[in-house]
Write a protein that binds this ligand. Structure first.
Ligand code: PLP
Length: 396
């Protein structure tokens, strides 16, 4: 179905027919929305509904899928983090909720964040916290966080500890969630987990998190949205922010219905079949790259343990490409192929098979072969550009 529709609208709107070998990326449209979710969105689009009731039903679906006491849908994970932090500051005090982000120093407004968790997912996580009127209290240093860093950061102004689960997080020296919970719980400090990009909808709550924020549009393949799940009083306090700072993060009824459908579909999803398809793409790419002199490839597991492997391609000097040069060549290809580029400076690109349409794995393989056989562009060995001037000209 999507196969027929896609070229149509992209062509009509004058958009490049990009192939997504990067993963679930907001900059590429966030998700291929599941047909079940599209159907629910279309069905509710023309109906009046009472939003409180719709979100009550969403809370039930979220509770069922995550094991949480309650939950609600918001605009994005980033919005969910802001609302969760705001809720931890205000509780159910409507007057305080309207006053945010200016808490006049009367509310607990400090959020503890391990130093190696200060990530950027397209925007800084610290800013999502500050939007609520809170400030970040860093715990430890980028490569080393010990118990005393956490306990020493807890004080009378502590509203919450924010714990990030992500490949962006410093891969060593950080305190695992279980130990964070063991330090925070006796002090009454709620632990909010940003698990935007995690398959595991139950494990973080089971590990003692008080609130967990998920993306509705990453592995769940729902519409662009975020899911806040956890302890009922904290979920309620976060939900009530829709009468305050949450208004600018409003989610539409169609997205709420779409995520509910995606959550229900998740329980029935053919995970083994999806893995087998991804594996076939990886094997195809691995075989292709192995035959291209100067390029080395291996299949690597997901860094946070999601059941998803990727192909890591390291261009050696003999290839005539730097990692950034190879990424640029693929993005300039016909069709353009967008790869996972977080770790270019480490010398490799990653190909992610989780968002391909039928037939696209083959196109990626053919393009790799063609690029390798073509004379190198002048910037083939250049590192990633760190200049941002080209961004500033939008919309020109
Ligand atoms: C993607 C991501 C976000 C942002 O998610 P949105 O739903 O797009 O706002 C936040 N945190 C982490 C760890 C992410 O991976």
């Amino acid at each position: 179905m999507q196969q027929n529709r896609r070229p149509g609208i992209r062509e009509r709107l004058g958009l490049r027919p990009v192939i997504n070998a990067a993963g679930t990326m907001t900059a590429l449209g966030a998700s291929i929305i599941l047909p079940e979710a599209v159907e629910a969105m279309a069905e509710i689009a023309g109906e009046w509904v009472e939003i409180d009731d719709l979100q009550r039903r969403a809370s039930e679906v979220i509770a069922q899928a995550t094991g949480a006491e309650a939950g609600f849908i918001t605009a994005s994970t980033a919005a969910g983090v802001t609302l969760a932090v705001a809720g931890a500051m205000t509780g159910a005090d409507l007057h305080a909720i309207e006053r945010l982000p200016d808490d006049r120093g009367e509310l607990p407004d400090e959020v503890i964040l391990q130093a190696g968790h200060a990530i950027n997912y397209g925007a800084p996580i610290a800013q999502a916290v500050r939007l609520a009127g809170a400030r970040i209290v860093p715990a430890g240093e980028v490569g080393m966080v010990m118990d005393y860093h956490i306990t020493g950061a807890i004080g009378p102004q502590t509203a919450a500890l924010l714990h990030i689960v992500s490949h962006h997080v410093m891969p060593y020296g950080q305190m695992p969630l279980e130990e964070v919970v063991a330090l925070c719980r006796p002090q009454g400090v709620p632990v909010i987990v940003d698990a935007a990009s995690e398959y595991d909808l139950r494990g973080f709550l089971r590990a003692g998190a008080d609130l967990v924020v998920y993306s509705g549009h990453k592995f769940l393949s729902g519409p662009t949205s975020g899911i806040v799940a956890g302890r009922k009083d904290l979920v309620r306090a976060a939900w009530l922010q829709n009468r305050g700072i949450g208004r600018g993060m409003k989610v539409g009824k169609e997205s709420v219905a779409g995520v509910m459908a995606a959550l229900k579909a998740w329980e029935r999803r053919d995970h083994a079949g999806i893995r087998a398809r991804e594996r076939a793409a990886l094997d195809l790419w691995l075989g292709t790259v192995d035959a291209l002199p100067g390029l080395a490839a291996r299949i690597v597991p997901d860094p946070t343990g999601n059941p998803l492997d990727r192909l890591e391609i390291t261009p050696g000097p003999a290839s005539g490409f730097s990692a950034a040069g190879l990424a640029r060549a693929l993005a300039a290809g016909d069709p353009p192929i967008i790869i996972r580029d977080d770790e270019l400076e480490a010398g490799y690109i990653l190909l992610d098979p989780c968002n391909l349409h039928d037939g696209e794995a083959r196109i990626v393989a053919d393009t790799l072969r063609r690029i390798h056989a073509t004379p190198r562009p002048p910037d083939a060995m250049a590192p990633r550009a760190r200049q941002t001037g080209h961004i500033l000209g939008w919309p020109d």
